[in-house]
Each structure stands twice: as C-alpha cells, then as structure tokens.
Design a protein around this ligand. Structure first.
Ligand SMILES: [Fe+2]
Ligand SMILES: [Fe+2]
Length: 277
C-alpha cells in the first residue's frame, strides 16, 4: 500500500449547530463530557504533534516514511480544524464555556513552550505515547461497536477522527525509532504522558459536569447506571490488553490486529469526504 492509499487526506464538512446534543453517547453525559472536554485540547495538542514531526523531518532519510510524515501532518491538521468548529459551539452554548476557554489558554501555552524549549526526544516520545494510546482506544471503540451508542453529528466527527488515527498509527513510532530508539525512555515517558494528558482531560470534563447538574441528574437512573457499568466493563476488558501491548519491547503498531469494520469505515468516510487526496 503506498502512502496515499494508507493515509488519505479527507476533507470533511461537518456542521455543528447551537442545538447540537453534547450528550452524544446515549445515557452517558459523564463520558460524553469527558470526550467533548478532551477535544477542547486538540487545536493545541495536534499542532504540537505536527511541529514535532516537522522538526524531525530533516533527520529522516527514508522517502516512504517522509511521505507518510507529510500525510500524518495533513490528517492531524484536518482533525483539529474540524474539532475547532465543534469547540466554538461548546464554548458558546455550554454553561462551562468561559472556564473551558481559560483552560484552553493554559494548554496552548504549555504545548507552545514544549515546542520551543523541550528536546526533540521528549516531544517525539510524548507524540508516540499519545498516538499509541489513541490507536489502542480507537481499535476498542470500533471493535465494541461504540458508534452504535452515539448520536450524530458528533458521532461522525469522532468516528472519522479515530479511524484516521488508526491509519497513521505507525508514523510517530517509526520516527521515534529512527531518531531516538530508546525503549525504556519511550515506556517511561508514555506512563508520564498518560497521567499528564488524563489530568488535563479531567480538568475539562469536571468543568463541564459541574456547570451542568441538570443534565447529569436527568441520566442519574438505575437503568442507565446499569448500562454504563456494563459498557465500562466491556471497554476495559478490550482496551487494557491493547494498551498494555503498547508498553512491550516488541510493540509494533504496523502489526496490531485491526478491528472488524475498519475497512468499511474507511470507505464510508472517503465516500462522504468533500475531497480525498
Ligand atoms: Fe488526530
Ligand atoms: Fe494522530
């Protein structure tokens, strides 16, 4: 498969109106707000990944990897632009909007400082830690049929994004291996990074949950609690072994098992795209 086939650049035209249902996972405002909150970071985190890969480009000789690095940056560039359209609505319509905007400023400053001050080794390890974790999560989300529990239009935004995360899953890993190649540093950094990232996710999600007690109360029923518990158990059973796999010395994202339905989803989103390059 050549670079264009493996990592196609799809331009999407998702529309988010002010009455978009932010509880897009049925019966689960907490998890919905966790995702929506975490995505507020993407317009700062994904440009950081792009800057990191661009900084490593002069160190890479392999023409195929360089082509995939360009495509990685183009896919991530589309991701944060589409998410920014939803974030604008969230900031405007959700009661936590002003608090989220404050957190965004802090995230923006942190990732800008890292690009300016941290060694490339650190930034590449962070990028690879993020990519291997999101790829493990993406495979679980497709495998469990989570998109069947979700409402449009946020469902499609998330599905398109995570399926492209699977498509470009090997790029950061291969660049890290070529430039740094230190397994222990990668594992140590991945653990540190996951704590760092989830601490930020938690801050955004907590603001959204605290500002909207009515929505939280609406789904606070024994029936929905049972559904959430069952789903969470299934998620952990599928996800934890995949995540653990990323910490193994023999981890290679190019060889991970891909979920059923992955190829069909790729074709579906290519057909829906405004253009595919
Ligand atoms: Fe992305
Ligand atoms: Fe990515």
């Amino acid at each position: 498969m050549d670079a264009a086939e493996a990592i196609p650049i799809r331009r999407m035209d998702f529309e988010f109106s002010d009455d978009v249902d932010l509880v897009f996972i049925e019966g689960d405002p907490g998890l919905s707000y966790f995702f929506v909150g975490a995505w507020m970071m993407l317009p700062y985190l994904e440009p950081f990944l792009i800057r990191t890969i661009q900084a490593a480009t002069p160190l890479i000789e392999d023409a195929d990897l360089r082509a995939r690095m360009t495509r990685f940056c183009a896919q991530e560039g589309q991701h944060f632009r589409q998410h920014a359209r939803l974030n604008e609505v969230v900031r405007r319509v959700h009661p936590s909007g002003p608090k989220l905007a404050e957190l965004e400023k802090a995230v923006e400053a942190e990732f800008a400082a890292w690009s300016a001050e941290k060694p490339l080794k650190f930034n590449l390890a962070y990028g690879e830690g993020f990519e291997s974790m999101t790829c493990a999560g993406a495979r679980t989300q497709i495998q469990l049929g989570m998109f069947g529990w979700m409402k449009e239009p946020i469902r499609s935004l998330m599905y398109w994004h995570i399926l492209e995360e699977i498509e470009h899953r090997s790029v950061c890993f291969e660049v890290y291996e070529a430039v740094v190649g230190d397994y222990l540093y990668r594992s140590r950094m991945s653990l540190w990074f996951q704590r760092h990232y989830f601490a930020w996710c938690g801050r955004f999600a907590r603001e959204m949950i605290a500002a909207d007690p009515e929505t939280m109360a609406r789904y606070d029923t024994p029936e929905w609690a049972r559904v959430r518990k069952r789903r969470a158990a299934a998620y952990q059973r599928d996800y934890l072994p995949r995540l653990l796999g990323t910490f193994m010395p023999w981890y290679d994202p190019g060889r991970v098992r891909l979920p059923d339905g992955f190829s069909a989803a790729r074709a579906e989103f290519s057909a829906r795209a405004v253009s595919v390059q």
